[in-house]
Ligand binder design. Structure first.
Ligand SMILES: Cc1cc2nc3c(=O)[nH]c(=O)nc-3n(C[C@H](O)[C@H](O)[C@H](O)COP(=O)(O)OP(=O)(O)OC[C@H]3O[C@@H](n4cnc5c(N)ncnc54)[C@H](O)[C@@H]3O)c2cc1C
Length: 263
């Protein structure tokens, strides 16, 4: 690691002030950031730890949906009675992330701010039409995830919470990497009052929707309705775990499984 100054502010206002330093970086659970620092892939001047800011923690039932604080751990989302009742698919998704160590340190705010192309939460946020709340504004999930490891966040902006509306039905299915459990392909399907949304993670550089599947499912919400809908493998991820062609195939398989699981 390179040297840096470590801060643990107790308020969001102090955290935002500290983040004003030219090369400052936030740390949530450190699950991604600490290995990055250890490998000397980042050289922040200051690390601003969000761990002592109580207002960033917890889960609330609000406006018929669920609001989850940015510093809420994956294990808490997985165990939450509120999430299990209002959006059971989201609680189940959190339980599929990594292993117990990852789920007990990793946070929802850190996961979406990192926007790893194989992370699970981005698919849930986009399919459910969630809203990301920051210290400056509210951002629709679809506008938040902008590219591989890229988001709409400004350097001095902090995610404070994520607001999820309640769907009529939803399910997430992933084909996971057996070592890390990251998604080789994960598909989240949500049926809402304003239509059906299908969001895919793992397959491409950033989470994306599949409009052809959404239109077919709006007419007939059955796995059969999308059995012939394939996505092109152009531009999909290809690595030692799976080729682009295989990932394209998995999108259809995972989407059909998710639709069946919604029933
Ligand atoms: C072995 C392993 C397996 C994993 N498996 C999976 C998996 O199966 N599925 C999956 O989805 N994920 C997986 N992860 C990722 C994990 O779930 C964490 O969510 C992710 O690593 C982010 O960790 P963190 O919350 O500790 O954030 P940190 O590592 O502390 O921060 C990550 C980034 O987000 C920024 N940041 C943190 N909080 C905020 C905030 N509130 N506002 C703005 N920026 C912020 C930081 O500055 C940093 O750039 C895995 C990780 C590991 C190490």
């Amino acid at each position: 690691m390179y040297e840096f100054d470590y801060h643990q502010p107790a308020s969001l206002a102090d955290a935002a002030k500290l983040l004003g330093a030219e090369e400052a970086k936030l740390v949530a659970g450190g699950m991604t950031l600490v290995p990055t620092l250890k490998q000397r892939l980042a050289k922040p001047s200051d690390l601003v730890d969000l761990a002592a800011i109580e207002t960033l923690k917890g889960i609330k039932e609000e406006g018929g949906g669920v609001t989850i604080g940015a510093m809420t751990r994956h294990a808490e989302v997985n165990r939450s009675d509120v999430v299990k009742r209002v959006i059971p698919a989201l609680a189940a998704l959190a339980g599929l992330i990594g292993d117990p160590a990852v789920r007990n340190r990793g946070t929802i705010g850190g996961s979406i701010s990192n926007n790893d192309p194989a992370a699970d939460y981005p698919a849930a946020l986009v399919a459910l039409g969630a809203t990301v709340v920051t210290t400056k504004r509210e951002i629709a999930a679809e506008d938040f995830f902008s590219g591989m490891f890229e988001t709409a966040l400004a350097q001095d902006e902090i995610v404070t919470a994520i607001k999820f509306p309640k769907p009529q039905a939803a399910a997430y299915q992933k084909f996971r990497n057996p070592a890390s459990r990251y998604a080789i392909v994960g598909v989240f399907v949500a049926r809402t009052g304003s239509g059906v949304r299908v969001a895919v993670t793992g397959a491409g550089p950033c989470v994306f929707r599949v409009p052809a599947m959404e239109a077919a499912l709006a007419k007939s919400f059955t796995a059969d309705a999308i059995k012939d809908i394939t996505i092109p493998d152009d531009g999909l991820n290809s690595d030692i775990h799976a080729s682009a062609e295989y990932r394209a195939h998995l999108v259809n398989v995972m989407a059909r499984r998710a639709v069946t699981a919604c029933a």
